[in-house]
Design a protein around this ligand. Structure first.
Ligand code: ADP
Length: 356
């Protein structure tokens, strides 16, 4: 699409990215004061988000996710610490500096926050009209290009009330990209949408991330959102990031109790129930996690033949984290040379956990 590549895409391709970390928090904390009481929403937190990544923050309600997100574009002011975005100390910005800075950081919301009295095109044009830097015809051209990119070229003249939830969020995305931001913040952007619409909006975000090398920070309480689009994830609980890393590492090998609970809720596993279910199963119980190429390798049969062990499958799933397939199998293993079988699993690039 020539319009797209000459317009938005070009800005990002022309500038080589000097900054490796586009967002840095150093000991940032936030306390709200309500009716004379201090509510610590974010305990001192240090965090780095790599340029071009999709960074997800997951946590239950009240964990401090929106506080952290809103500190990035200073919709909230920190109680202490330093926030550096794109090499700029945003805690030091004055009002005009903040206005200029906010053009670098787009944001989309759970309830879209569109103006109901304005058309789709006028909603998308709004940040550009407010910035006052482009001529009317340049604005019109940019808006047409943005609407085309989010698949709403035919809806420019409609009003928000005439659109579905998914279409409204596409307008929100187009509006957020209007000023060619370097960072896009997503505040529970798919929580009001049905699963199918969620998938298509997440797909659009993933495409935009790739095409524009746009850094995305999103907050959600749903594991599936993280699994579909994120490169990195941070798990939050009571104002603290309790675990953080590449999505596959964190979700396939959760260490912190909060992360383990998220994984179990997602897989609808009740550990106590499962322990009871497996109580009558003979042998050792192991969970194997296969990732990438190893997911489809015919390992089980080979190991069983070579070591004489027998196995029965107690539970299993195959899924994807972003573009990487993974499988998880819970097995009961009996007979044969069990230690040799375990050694073979471990040597075969498979993560093995002995459950019993
Ligand atoms: P999350 O986004 O994970 O649901 P929040 O960041 O909204 O969490 O909230 C973290 C904590 O801070 C909660 O205890 C919440 O009640 C409190 N909080 C959030 N915003 C405000 C505010 N504007 N005033 C007072 N307390 C707030």
């Amino acid at each position: 699409d020539p319009l797209w590549s000459r317009g938005l895409g070009d800005v990002y391709k022309r500038q080589p990215h000097k900054v490796r970390y586009v967002i840095e928090f150093q000991n940032v904390h936030k306390t709200y004061r309500v009716a004379g009481k201090d509510i610590p929403a974010l305990h001192p937190t240090s965090l780095r988000v790599e340029n071009g990544q999709v960074f997800g923050l997951i946590g239950h309600s009240g964990a401090g996710k929106s506080t952290l997100l809103r500190l990035i574009n200073r919709l909230e002011n920190p109680s202490g610490g330093t926030i550096v975005v794109d090499d700029e100390d945003v805690t030091a910005l004055d009002a005009s500096g903040l206005r200029r800075f906010r053009q670098q950081v787009g944001m989309i919301f759970q309830h879209f926050n569109l103006l109901s009295s304005k058309t789709v095109a006028d909603n998308v044009a709004l940040p550009l009209t407010l910035a006052g830097e482009l001529s009317r015809s340049d604005i019109d051209r940019r808006v047409a290009e943005l609407l085309d990119r989010v698949g709403l070229a035919d809806h420019a003249k409609k009003y928000p009330a005439q659109l579905s939830g998914g279409q409204k969020q596409r307008v929100g995305i187009a509006r957020a990209l209007a000023t060619k931001p370097k960072i896009l913040l997503c505040d529970e952007a798919t929580s009001a949408l049905d699963p199918q619409t969620t998938a298509s909006v997440l797909q659009l975000l993933a495409e935009i991330n790739r095409e524009l090398n746009l850094t995305i920070v999103l907050i959600t309480h749903e594991m599936d959102v993280i699994r579909r689009v994120c490169d990195q994830v941070a798990v939050m609980d009571a104002g603290v990031i309790v675990e953080q890393g590449p999505v596959a590492d964190v979700f396939l090998h959760p260490k912190h109790p909060t992360t383990r609970r998220f994984v179990q809720e997602d897989e609808q596993i009740d550990e106590n129930e499962q322990r009871d279910d497996f109580a009558h199963v003979p042998g050792r119980i192991v969970r194997l996690t296969f990732q990438g190429d190893s997911t489809y390798a015919p390992l089980l049969g080979t190991v069983a033949r070579e070591t004489g062990v027998d196995y029965s499958i107690l539970a299993g799933r195959i899924d994807r984290i972003k573009d990487t397939p993974y499988g998880q199998l819970t097995l009961a293993i009996t007979g044969g040379d069990m230690e040799a079988a375990f050694a073979r699993f471990t040597a075969a690039d498979v993560h093995m956990e002995v459950l019993r």
